[in-house]
Ligand binder design. Structure first.
Ligand code: NAD
Length: 324
């Protein structure tokens, strides 16, 4: 069987994670890379046995599928170019930074008839998979939720506080948990939000109330200046005398009834790529390209999920009225 030839645009931090994962998948041939920083692309190419190209077009012409792992503000533009070239796309989150671009990508994916996957690794992380499995299996019937998704600072790297590059703090780590709300609980009927701009030159604190179409409701708070006090990320779900919560991607704790002991599963012994769901999302992307995917399809974040996220986030920023 032919191997899938992968091109990578952007050779920074997250590209290294994907590069390492892809290297371990036998059906993958790591092909070529492009980065505006040639030192970075050369070092990356050396590490993963790839070829450095001088433009994205050269990478496209040399690949079956491309990974887009550049800063947020470039995702829409590069996704559209890759789709126009007929390439399958794995794009890191966020999908796009405004609804106009989101709509263009949805149309382009449909027109190109290729596979498009968004990098929402948390869907694949064992802690969240456990929650989803309890819900799908009917053991946990969620009624409400309480979520926090914090960041310690917006200083490293410095551009993380620049909404011109990120699209706003909500498009950073918070987005993973906005996606999680939709992934675990379904369609959002209404979101009500307040926020403030205090420590950084972007809206850096959010309190949001979600009402879902199926009646589930909950809160999500997100602050960008909390220090890295553990855990910075936690989802608590409350159901039919069933409660479950996680501490980042390290452990999940649940109690399945009033007369039940509570149980904890800890994943800290797993390599981080597996604990955070990165290897699983890359493996599934490649399996989809090979037409070999079985099960787990509900884990995939598609262009439709991406569109809905952007729509929600624009709505939240409009309600707060302080810009990005
Ligand atoms: N899923 C996750 O958990 C996760 C984690 C980290 C980052 N990300 C996302 O991945 C993306 C990249 O983040 P990162 O931490 O790797 O950033 P990074 O700054 O480490 O890497 C980005 C790379 O893109 C290159 N680049 C910039 N403009 C380019 C262009 N026009 N053409 C080609 N290359 C260009 C830069 O030179 C740099 O090497 C961001 O959108 C971020 O949100 C996702």
């Amino acid at each position: 069987m032919n191997k899938i030839k992968i091109g990578i645009i952007g050779t920074g931090n997250i590209a290294k994670t994907h590069g390492g994962n892809l290297q371990s998948i036998p059906d993958v041939l790591l092909g070529s890379v492009f980065d505006i920083n040639t030192k970075s692309s050369q070092a990356f190419a050396r590490e993963f046995g790839m070829t450095v190209r001088n433009s994205i077009e050269e990478v496209f012409s040399d690949s079956d599928a491309v990974y887009i792992t550049v800063p947020n503000k470039l995702h829409a533009e590069l996704s559209l170019e890759a789709l126009a070239a007929g390439k399958h796309v794995f794009c890191e989150k966020p999908f796009a930074l405004n609804i106009g671009d989101a709509e263009k990508i949805v149309n382009a994916v449909n027109d190109a008839g290729v596979i498009y996957q968004l990098g929402f690794n948390r869907r694949f992380a064992p802690v969240y998979k456990k929650m989803k499995d309890f819900i799908l299996g009917g053991d946990l019937v969620p009624v409400s939720f309480n979520i926090k998704m914090n960041r310690g600072e917006l200083q490293t790297p410095p551009w993380t506080s620049n909404p011109e590059i990120t699209g706003g703090f909500l498009f950073e780590s918070t987005l993973h948990l906005i996606d999680m709300v939709c992934y675990l609980f379904g369609e959002v009927k209404k979101v009500t939000a307040v926020g403030s701009k205090t420590i950084y030159p972007c809206v850096d604190d959010f309190s949001m109330i979600f009402e879902m179409e199926n009646g589930i409701h909950g809160v999500l708070s997100s602050s960008a200046h909390t220090t890295w006090m553990y855990p910075f990320e936690r989802v608590e779900v409350y159901g039919n005398h069933f409660a479950i919560s996680n501490d980042e991607m390290e452990s999940v704790t649940y109690c399945s009834g009033l007369d039940q002991p509570y149980c904890q599963e800890t994943f800290s012994t797993l390599p981080i790529e597996k604990r955070w769901g990165f290897i699983q999302e890359d493996s599934l992307f490649i399996a989809r390209l090979l037409g070999k995917q079985e099960g787990d399809m509900d884990l995939i974040a598609t262009h439709i999920d991406g569109y809905k996220n952007v729509e929600l986030i624009e709505n939240i920023y409009q309600q707060i009225g302080l810009g990005r």
